[in-house]
Design a protein around this ligand. Structure first.
Ligand SMILES: *[C@@H]1O[C@H](CO)[C@@H](O)[C@H](O)[C@H]1NC(C)=O
Ligand SMILES: *[C@@H]1O[C@H](CO)[C@@H](O)[C@H](O)[C@H]1NC(C)=O
Length: 393
């Protein structure tokens, strides 16, 4: 703190110099309030104009949404921009209660973006959730996600909060080298389809030091992903940290390299999970997936590979999955299970799992539905260290 206050006069001098030379943009800062944004009004237009100004800047620039509550409708913030760019959100951005569009803030084709700030993206989900029936029906109302990152590269998201998303909180598509740090995601346990962070067709995605409580998967890693790192993430309530579900659609591609380490799950319906659909549309592999140093606290199904994932009877469960799972490890996973089957490794009858390693599992079941156990099919895991429960015995 002392250091910071010593630097303050120096920093404000710098700021003054910068603002006198840059005029309208005020030292590369494009504050939405200078584009007409006022608290408690819709600032969609102001944000878009501030974005356009910042994105056209040939030196590093920042869009600033200061403290205050603002209304926001779907905002497509598109690149490419002329230089690196930051969006600092310190205010609360409220989505319209009525579900419209496919995202509240859509960031696309941007390189070297920083999304930062202590602000909140408030999806106002309560109104939409009762309409969110796409997991049950073929014809359904699609609700907007809160933050969509499409084809964003070499970028950082830090400190922001996503609250009560109508659909997924954060969706990552076609991104490369994107890091999330110290992000907070929150929605009630019973809010449908509110995945925390969903990743697909991306590589080098890193999620660090992030707190997620929501109504669906905390993090879901879909198909066509490479080099995904999830570390120091807390999850709960929610459906756990999942790879999948894989194999539902025909154009999907391989998953390669997922590291989930030092995570803590509390009262979630699953812990760490790999799930694939039976009767898969495509044939591909999911490999090099590692789960290490995980704490489970009252978690149902703490460790699970489920190649017979078929909710809402949406598939033919008799046709085995053709997703090939290999090079998986579960290491140093401890804590409590809320169900007796603490370890479930159910692989495909057609393509058994290969090179599954299970090391140092120490789980306790405190309920009264029998002893703790594991359930295995079409897998011969390599086992060492502690085994509570006995694995595939
Ligand atoms: C990833 O992005 C960060 C943030 O822009 C950057 O500092 C880093 O150099 C990038 N890494 C690679 C391998 O490009
Ligand atoms: C355990 O988790 C379930 C949800 O799976 C929850 O309903 C229950 O309250 C939790 N129990 C404790 C003691 O936290």
């Amino acid at each position: 703190m002392g250091l910071r206050s010593n630097f303050a006069p120096f920093l404000s001098l710098l700021f003054l110099l910068a603002s006198t030379t840059k005029g309208q943009s005020n030292g590369g800062v494009f504050d939405v309030t200078r584009y007409g944004a006022k608290p408690n009004t819709d600032i969609t237009h102001a944000l878009l104009n501030a974005w356009k100004g910042a994105c056209a800047s040939t030196s590093r620039s920042k869009v600033l949404i200061p403290k205050g509550v603002y209304l926001l409708s779907q905002s497509n913030l598109k690149g490419p921009c002329k230089s690196s760019i930051e969006i600092q959100v310190d205010g609360t951005l409220q989505a319209p209660p009525d579900p419209k569009g496919d995202g509240l803030v859509i960031l696309e084709y941007i390189d070297k973006l920083t999304l930062s700030g202590t602000g909140v993206f408030d999806g106002q989900g309560k109104v939409g959730w009762e309409k969110n029936d796409c997991h049950k029906k073929k014809i359904c109302t699609k609700l907007p996600m809160t933050l969509k990152f499409n084809f964003v590269t070499n970028s950082i998201v830090r400190d922001i909060t996503s609250l009560d998303s109508k659909n997924f909180h954060i969706n990552i598509l076609g991104c490369k080298n994107l890091t999330f740090q110290h992000v907070t995601i929150s929605a009630p346990e019973d809010s449908p389809n509110t995945d925390g962070i969903h990743i697909s067709s991306s590589e080098q995605i890193t999620i660090l030091n992030t707190k997620i409580s929501t109504g669906d998967d905390c993090v879901s890693v879909g198909d066509s992903n490479k080099q995904i790192t999830i570390r120091d993430v807390t999850c709960g309530p929610g459906h756990g940290i999942s790879i999948g579900s894989l194999g539902k659609y025909s154009k999907e591609k391989a998953v390669e390299g997922v590291w989930v380490t030092k995570c803590k799950l509390t009262s979630t319906t699953n812990g760490v999970r790999i799930k694939t659909w039976p009767d898969s549309a495509g044939e591909y592999s999911a490999s090099d997936m590692h789960f290490e140093d995980i704490e489970m606290n009252n978690v149902s199904n703490p460790i699970i590979i489920d190649q017979e994932y078929c909710p809402w009877n949406q598939c033919n469960p008799k046709i085995p999955s053709s997703i090939k799972i290999s090079k998986v490890s579960f290491k140093n996973i401890r804590g409590t299970s809320a169900t007796p089957v603490a370890v479930k490794l159910v692989c495909s009858k057609k393509i058994p799992c290969e090179a599954v390693e299970v090391v140092d599992i120490d789980l306790k079941y405190n309920g009264n539905k029998g002893p703790i156990k594991s359930q295995c099919a079409n897998v011969k895991p390599i086992i060492s260290g502690k085994q509570n429960p006995r694995i595939c015995a």
